[in-house]
Design a binder for this molecule. Structure first.
Ligand code: S3P
Length: 422
């Protein structure tokens, strides 16, 4: 029987990497981003900004991949000569829509089939209110942007979204006056923390964030912690594969992201978190998980929001637990890289797990033995990794329709998984 044992590090945080690349590009002078995530998604952001005249050099070697960026200043981007391709990356498209709306130039943002199905009106509507001219195909990419010097607005997001909030704060950096944003509940706050790191003034008052445009800021040296959303696959693997013990070093534990560290212990997982010195304004820890018997739970509300990207791997934890797990309040899961509710329901059914789908979630009846199966990952990186973890518990494994999508967020995932197998 396979056991997973050892110590690993996971690649840099994806959300922080995108934001650090964008802010370093808009800064004045040199920045160094140590431990950035060299995945396909982040590469889209890098390519777009270097095509707009931002000099960048990367070193992928040890100890951590590092990106050197010479920022061109708030208004220094060059007009792109061709459409800017965001691939599968929603963060690239939404955040860059905010940046490009405030630049005095025309640009077009395009994406792959999955990204072209994802809703963009959530960024288009407030950016138009700031004065940008944006056209789309019924709220979907490609987005044609005629940027100009925007005017600050006050905007209450109808849904919590870190991407929309960040797009507006980035647009606010170049706008006339003050841009104020609020959300119905808190989403991940990496943009706010990085503004502080770059010395950008951000007022936070009763959940309202305000930035005043037009003030230049300088480049910085910063370190990106390991991605908790990448670590999550190994946390669940260590919890459900008998005889396992895994330590993951240097993981970001920003409280807006640590839902998984609350959910797994609620299910009975044996998890220890040892805090380490922060990387700038982002808290960091070493996390150890040992295998144990899990029980089903009910999840919704803020704990789900803080673990929204962990839905696919939480489904695997639920399928391995005794009893029923119910996850509700996650309608947004239907418009991620895939319809994650439908795709995970089908994937679990293909290995013999009983699943009921709701418009905003699932109920999963855990069971001890899963069947050998074929699984359609729908080209979704997190579905592919979740099912690769499930496969460890099935003699003969699961055949996945596509594993190349894993490069979207986690180059080296399969190697790390084999490295742990004892
Ligand atoms: C992200 C925000 C979240 C998350 C996504 C990354 C970000 O999306 O699901 O994977 O980097 O800002 P929403 O903004 O839609 O909540």
């Amino acid at each position: 029987m396979i056991r997973l044992q050892g110590e690993i590090e996971v690649p840099g945080d994806k959300s922080i990497s995108h934001r650090a690349i964008i802010l370093a590009s808009l800064a004045t002078g040199a920045s160094e981003i140590i431990g950035y995530l060299p995945s396909e998604d982040c590469q889209r952001t890098i390519t777009i900004l270097s095509n707009m005249g931002v000099p960048m050099v990367k070193t992928l070697g040890s100890p951590r991949p590092t990106l050197y960026i010479h920022g061109v200043g708030l208004y220094g981007l060059r007009p792109p000569s061709e459409p800017l391709y965001c691939g599968n990356s929603g963060t690239t498209m939404r955040l860059m829509a905010g940046v490009l709306s405030g630049q005095n130039m025309a640009s077009v943002l395009t994406g792959d089939d999955s990204l072209s199905r994802r809703p963009m009106e959530r960024v288009i509507t407030p950016l138009r209110q700031m004065g940008a001219h944006i056209s789309s195909t019924q709220g979907h990419a490609p987005l044609s942007i005629k940027g100009l010097r925007l005017s600050g607005i006050c905007y209450d997001l109808p849904l919590p979204s870190a991407q929309v909030k960040s797009a507006l704060l980035l647009a606010g950096l170049t706008a006339y006056g003050t841009t104020t944003v609020s959300e119905p509940s808190s989403s991940r706050d990496h943009t706010e923390r990085l503004f502080k790191t770059f010395g950008i003034e951000l007022n936070q008052n009763e959940g309202r964030l305000s930035v005043t445009g037009g003030t230049a800021f300088n480049g910085r040296i910063l370190r990106v912690p390991g991605d908790i959303s990448a670590a999550a696959f190994f946390l669940v693997a260590g919890a459900i594969v008998e005889g396992s013990k895994i330590t993951i070093r240097g993981v970001g534990i920003n409280p807006t992201r640590t839902g998984i560290l609350d959910v797994l212990p609620l299910m009975g997982a044996d998890i220890q978190v040892v805090q380490r010195p922060s990387f700038g304004n982002e808290p960091v820890a070493d996390i150890t998980v040992c295998a144990s018997d899990l029980q089903g739970v009910s999840l919704s509300g803020e704990i789900l929001l803080r673990s929204i990207d962990e839905f696919p791997i939480l489904c695997i934890a639920a399928a391995a637990a005794s009893g029923e797990t119910v996850i509700r309040g996650g309608a947004e899961l239907r418009v991620k890289e895939s319809d994650r509710i439908a795709v995970m329901a089908r994937a679990l059914q293909s290995i013999g797990v009983t699943v009921k789908e709701f418009p905003d979630g699932v109920s999963i009846l855990g069971c001890r033995t899963w069947l050998r199966g074929d699984c359609d990952t729908a080209g979704d990186h997190r579905v592919a990794m979740a099912m690769a973890i499930a496969s460890l518990k099935i003699p003969g494994g699961i055949t996945l329709s596509d594993t190349s999508c894993i490069h979207t967020s986690f180059p080296g995932f399969m190697d790390l998984l084999s490295h742990l197998q004892k």
